[in-house]
Ligand binder design. Structure first.
Ligand SMILES: [Zn+2]
Length: 64
């Protein structure tokens, strides 16, 4: 079964950065539950110091 297939792997960074659409977040979380590779990658991305917080507040600012 590969509803999200290979392309879901590429969403790890976008998911970690919080830039996915709600629909894509839900799809990716389903993929994440079944994909150890992406869980490891997500952990690594989350360890990037300060980067994620900055990007998040930046995208919030531009949307308002
Ligand atoms: Zn994956």
């Amino acid at each position: 079964m590969s509803v999200f297939g290979e392309s879901a792997h590429h969403d790890v960074a976008a998911y970690a950065l919080g830039v996915l659409d709600l629909e894509d977040v839900q799809g990716f979380e389903l993929h994440l539950a079944a994909c150890a590779q992406c869980r490891v990658e997500l952990e690594e991305l989350r360890e990037l110091p300060g980067l994620l917080d900055e990007v998040k507040s930046e995208s919030h600012r531009t949307r308002q």
